[in-house]
Ligand binder design. Structure first.
Ligand code: ASP
Length: 160
């Protein structure tokens, strides 16, 4: 943290997954809103299966947070595969986070073997079930369905 640098951070990568009344899915992750990117870094958003994945037979998933972890684990693809195999969206997100932790290089692990970064997953099934999970507690994600627009608490692996 450097107090000399007075810049308003306007980060804001967004993943959005939607299903219509006929059960067709749509999914998008905006290109990376990460601050202080290495020039030329494209991140995980435009990589199919990393920052976003959609299979119209199963569901859609996407992510915000440390994109390298998504690229390494094909995280969004993995979440959709977990749902294909029967996991609920939230459980699929949590299981993918466990894979991320297992594959995190030692230099990025802090006390207790916990990653020194955060990552958020969002998932939706073809039949309209949804879930979200983050590495660290306190996350929320936006949902809009027949009950109206609202924020839902995300599941998490570690309490802050
Ligand atoms: N996932 C994005 C990236 O690593 C960052 C973000 O979600 O804000 O490029």
């Amino acid at each position: 943290h450097n107090d000399d640098i007075k810049i308003k951070f306007t980060t804001g990568t967004i993943n959005m997954n939607a299903v219509n009344v006929t059960g067709d899915l749509g999914s998008v992750t905006t290109t990376s809103g990460m601050a202080w990117k290495v020039p030329g870094r494209i991140g995980d958003s435009p990589i199919v299966g990393a920052g976003q994945y959609c299979d119209n037979l199963v569901g859609a998933a996407g992510s915000t947070g440390r994109g390298e972890a998504n690229i390494k684990t094909c995280a969004s693809f993995l979440i959709v595969e977990f749902m294909r195999n029967g996991l609920a969206p939230e459980a699929a997100c949590l299981k993918a986070l466990e894979r991320v932790v297992a594959m995190t290089e030692a230099r990025l692990l802090g006390p207790g073997g916990r990653p020194r970064f955060d990552l958020e997953f969002y998932a939706l099934t073809k039949d309209g079930r949804f879930g979200g999970a983050t590495l660290y507690s306190g996350g929320k994600f936006a949902v809009c369905d027949e009950k109206g627009p609202r924020l839902e608490p995300a599941a998490f692996l570690y309490r802050r």
